[in-house]
Design a protein around this ligand. Structure first.
Ligand code: ADP
Ligand code: GLC
Length: 498
């Protein structure tokens, strides 16, 4: 089984969120199952710098009007996974993030930047580059790779089957319809049953419509996105895909996220000996300017500061957290107004410590040193931070939605000290509901015997990738077996959503 895995973010080449973690860990788990999986990603400066054993394997002319587009073959620095990078400096060599400039504004040519990624991946997949390797499956991720299934579907020759994974419905890659020409897509596919939405083209919609199979990253999110509340306008299309829409839960790379081996911690620890966690807590309290007191619970929040993550409600809850005798520590960035508001909160409240910015070592230290992780979320396709937190014995308080609902165990909300819990769940996306769940957690914290049991429950929960990687492999086999030949696959993609 040969799989081309196309993702705009791959840790440690480029990362803005969980997509990058998944795009490192899932391919690694698949290759352990014998899959010949090769990554494909934009040649951002950070990615070209971090990748090892780089070699230019093709120079492509006339891709969307660009000449000398270099296809660079390399391996990832940590796991040694094979990766192709699209080196097109005019589109990718910029100071800023993969999607936004330094002011937080989207790059104005994002349609073209990601159309480039899709075009080069399509050429490689269809054997139109000097690279001899051809995939059986193209696995495209999120809107950035959404045009690829459409390009493959338009092929009149043999083509690989396509799997499209949705990591977040809210980011759709919608651009004015005139972008169609610069993205050089087949106008025949641009209709409201293709990738057109009124007045616009949608990369995400193209991926959902034209792929042979659609997956998302938890079972609950797979069902939620077929409703108007969570479907972001594409719920009708998702309902029409019916059984072609599958939820496969993300996993955790315990090679990176494990307190027994984490080199970034003040002291390592395990379920057998939790003394190192006390040292990590002390380090955290000191680093965040909080009173050093092992008996005061530390509530952590680590996230993109975005509407999705209910960061506004977390901000609103800070006075209550402090009055309740707890401390609060945050590592986050995103919305500038929220960043400023959290900074202000530290000036007013000595129980609040914040670190604004994106910093991997701080992320590990926060999860190790805290007692509780708040992961509220208005919606959450899967969510990884709470899974990481659990392995560090940090108990999650989460909203019952998406992957959070599928991974945190609570039988009875009213039984704060229920012995089999792995966290605290609440239903409504409100500050009051979140506070009630947090209150139960803080009550239990006062009973060291129960709290220790909870920590051990969390630490022993296993969210490794093995089972989910097996499910992807089974899906690849099934999709590859389906229709043979271009006409059949093209027709299948259209009719399943017509
Ligand atoms: P999302 O992808 O929606 O942002 P996830 O929970 O799936 O949410 O993944 C978030 C990823 O980003 C995790 O790897 C988490 O550790 C990381 N992360 C989030 N905020 C920060 C930050 N400020 N600094 C470092 N890592 C962060
Ligand atoms: C998205 C989602 C998050 C998920 C991640 C990886 O960014 O918001 O819930 O864990 O992708 O799939």
């Amino acid at each position: 089984m040969r799989v081309l895995y196309v993702s705009s973010e791959i840790h440690p080449l480029a990362k803005t969120g969980g997509l990058a973690d998944v795009s490192n860990a899932l391919p690694s788990a698949l290759s352990k199952l014998g899959v010949d999986v090769r990554l494909f990603t934009p040649g951002y400066p950070s990615a070209l710098e971090a990748a090892c054993q780089k070699r230019v394997v093709a120079v492509l002319d006339n891709v969307l009007g660009f000449d000398d587009v270099r296809l660079v073959r390399a391996v990832t620095p940590d796991l040694g996974l094979p990766v192709w990078l699209v080196d097109c400096p005019a589109l990718y060599a910029r100071d800023g993030g993969p999607y936004l400039d330094h002011n937080g504004d989207e790059w104005p040519d994002n349609a073209l930047r990601f159309a480039m990624l899709n075009h080069v991946a399509a050429r490689l997949s269809l054997g139109e580059t000097p690279v001899a390797w051809r995939p059986d499956i193209v696995h495209a991720h999120d809107w950035h790779a959404g045009l690829l299934p459409a390009m493959l579907a338009a092929s009149r020759d043999w083509r690989p089957a396509s799997v499209f994974t949705i990591h977040n419905m809210a980011f759709q890659g919608n651009f004015p319809a005139r972008a169609l020409a610069s993205a050089n897509c087949d106008p025949g596919q641009f209709h409201t049953d293709g990738f057109g939405v009124p007045g616009e083209i949608s990369f995400l919609k193209a991926g959902i419509h034209f792929s042979d199979c659609v997956t998302t990253v938890s079972r609950t999110y797979a069902s939620e996105i077929t409703t108007p509340e969570y479907g972001c306008g594409l719920d009708g299309l998702l309902r029409r895909r019916g059984g072609d829409l599958v939820g496969i839960l993300n996993g955790v790379d315990y090679g990176i996220w494990d307190p027994r081996e984490d080199p970034l911690l003040a002291q390592r620890y395990s379920a057998d000996d939790l003394s190192g966690k006390q040292a990590c807590k002390r380090y955290l309290q000191e680093a965040f300017g909080l009173e050093i007191d092992p008996d005061r619970p530390v509530v952590a929040f680590m996230s993109r500061l975005a509407d999705q993550k209910m960061a506004d409600c977390v901000l609103e809850a800070l006075p209550w957290i402090s009055e309740r005798g707890a401390q609060f520590a945050l590592v986050a960035d995103g919305d500038k107004a929220l960043e400023a508001a959290f900074r202000d909160a530290t000036a007013r409240n000595r129980d609040v410590g914040v670190q604004i910015g994106y910093d991997e070592p701080s992320a590990h230290r926060l999860l190790a040193g805290a007692d509780i992780l708040l992961a509220p979320s208005r919606y959450e396709p899967c969510g990884l931070t709470h899974l990481y937190a659990m392995r560090y014995g940090t108990v999650p308080v989460v909203r019952r939605t998406g992957g959070l609902a599928d991974t945190v165990t609570q039988k009875d909300a009213a039984a704060a000290m229920e012995p089999s819990r792995t966290g605290y769940l609440f239903e409504e996306p409100t500050t009051a509901a979140m506070i009630r769940a947090l209150d139960s957690a803080l009550t239990t914290f006062r009973y060291p015997h129960f709290w220790r049991q909870l920590m051990l429950n969390c630490m022993s929960a296993d969210f490794g990738w093995e089972e989910s990687a097996q499910r992807y492999l089974a899906l690849y086999r099934q999709v590859a077996r389906q229709a043979d030949g271009p006409g059949a696959r093209f027709t299948a993609a259209i009719s399943s959503s017509a």
